[in-house]
Design a protein around this ligand. Structure first.
Ligand code: ATP
Length: 459
């Protein structure tokens, strides 16, 4: 592939290769996406989802009302345009980036399960920012940040039962980066799925500046942090985490949902050490293939880089990258630039540490098959083939799903609002999220003793 044809990814933090050919340190990797759509080859029966214009409602018109129209989630609604595309640069309308088509399949697939209606516990629009008090910043992302908040109506002030993670997404950034459709999909999908290894969404609301998603607070921190601390995991520890992710993907794929952003940064440990998949910003319901280039460079499947259309197989590829990264400590394809990473992915040459056992190599190679029609997880047996792979021999999948197996790392948390596993990030500036009620802080020392205020008149 020529360099010029490679997609222009947004900047991302990358590991620096050392003399030994392995990265020195790996900083957190941002998710990336291209702003312009990659046009799929025309084929009969292609559905032009990409021709829908998205309009962001500047004011929250649906507060307090339940709307069953799923496409209007978060007050960001889509209109299908029969006419020509609107300018992709105008502020209030952006062109959808995803295009699905159904064409000759690589393998016969079982029919997908029907995605249920929105879960009854998910509230839409009947909460507001002032219902919460912010206790800290848990993470920052491309369009905003995730805050630890407490519901203020909570009867006992000392009770931390009502702590949540509040994902705050800036409307202007979503529009600028043409991610309206992705944000809508995130809300739509998270409000309909329920799985022990997926973060829970409780409510969504909005104001004129931001969109808010109220999620369960997962206090154990990112798998990324635990992996960097441990440097690498043993096959047994890797097996535990990978098995939970495989069950989550099997569940999502059964509804034709592809996740598209698997990486240790998006896997959080709950208080019992089980993983919860978070950040559904790139998740999508896809019958067969889609063309949007999104994900994180190190985790992209070759078919995504080659704009060949991608589907569930791209998630199984990412499982192979994740398995390697957990066992080795860094991903199999790395470079200083995204272009370098893409070239290495397409070349497909993997360096195997000498101490890696044959079965682990066999599993990773099966996931990292460049031909998706031969890739583990995407064969005729689907996810079941993965569960049956000899590397997982002995795993009690049902007990795992019932969370009956002791997790390898139990994060130390003393209360439900304990944030010790997250970096100490500052609270957002007041003008970023107006109306945010900050937790009463004990006065800082210089505030406790202000010599001017005491007016030492006697002296
Ligand atoms: N439910 C949660 N509980 C605790 N921490 C969370 C939760 N959700 C997100 N976080 C923290 O916030 C970070 C950013 O969240 P998330 O990935 O959803 O945001 P984003 O804007 O989509 O990020 P990105 O730009 O990387 O895609 C996570 O990596 C995690 O550290």
């Amino acid at each position: 592939m020529e360099r010029s044809s490679l997609p222009p990814f947004r900047s991302t933090s990358l590991p620096q290769p050392t003399n030994q050919g392995r990265p020195d340190n790996i900083s957190r990797r941002d998710s990336s996406f291209v702003v312009s759509p990659i046009t799929p080859p025309l084929s009969p029966g292609r559905s032009e989802e990409g021709d829908s214009a998205i309009v962001v409602d500047p004011e929250p018109r649906y507060s307090g009302q339940h709307r069953s129209d799923s496409s209007s989630a978060l007050g960001v609604y889509s209109q299908t345009e029969a006419g020509p595309r609107r300018s992709s640069h105008s502020r209030d309308s952006v062109v959808s980036m995803d295009v699905d088509i159904t064409e000759g399949d690589v393998s016969p697939r079982p029919a997908a399960r029907h995605l249920e209606d929105e879960k009854s516990h998910v509230h839409r629009g009947n909460l507001k920012l002032t219902d919460f008090e912010v206790k800290g910043t848990l993470g920052t992302g491309t369009f905003g940040r995730v805050l630890l908040v407490k519901l203020r109506s909570s009867s006992s002030q000392s009770s931390n039962q009502n702590c949540f993670a509040l994902k705050v997404l800036k409307k202007s950034e979503i529009v600028r980066l043409r991610q309206v459709e992705h944000v809508n999909a995130e809300r739509y999908i998270l409000s309909r799925v329920q799985h022990p290894f997926i973060v829970d969404l409780y409510a969504t609301f909005q104001d004129s500046l931001n969109i808010y998603m109220l999620l369960s607070y997962v206090p154990g921190g990112e798998l990324f942090t635990h992996l960097r601390r441990a440097q690498r995991f043993s096959p047994d520890v890797t097996r535990f985490y990978l098995a939970t992710i495989i069950l989550a993907l099997k569940y999502l794929h059964s509804f034709n949902i592809i996740y598209r952003d698997l990486k240790p940064e998006n896997l959080l440990l709950d208080s019992r050490g089980y993983l919860r998949l978070t950040d559904f910003g790139f998740a999508k319901i896809v019958d067969d293939r889609t063309w949007t280039l999104c994900g994180t460079p190190e985790y992209l499947a070759p078919e995504i880089i080659q704009s060949d259309g991608h589907g569930k197989a791209a998630d199984w590829w990412a499982c192979g990258i994740l398995c390697y990264e957990m066992m080795v400590g860094y991903p199999p394809f790395f470079d200083e630039t995204p272009y370098g990473i893409y070239e290495k992915i397409l070349k497909g040459k993997i360096h195997w540490p000498r101490d890696m056992d044959r079965l682990s190599k066999d599993l990773i190679k099966a996931f990292l098959h460049p031909d998706r029609s031969k890739r583990l997880g995407n064969l005729i047996g689907g996810a079941e083939d993965v569960l049956q792979h000899p590397w997982f021999r002995g795993v009690d999948w049902d007990a795992l799903e019932r969370r009956e197996i002791r997790a390898p790392i139990i994060p130390h948390v003393t209360s439900l609002d304990d944030t010790r596993h997250f970096s100490r990030l500052p609270l957002p500036p007041a003008d970023e999220i107006p109306g945010l009620i900050r937790e009463e802080q004990p006065p800082a020392l210089h505030q406790q003793f202000d010599p001017v205020a005491y007016q030492f008149l006697e002296f």
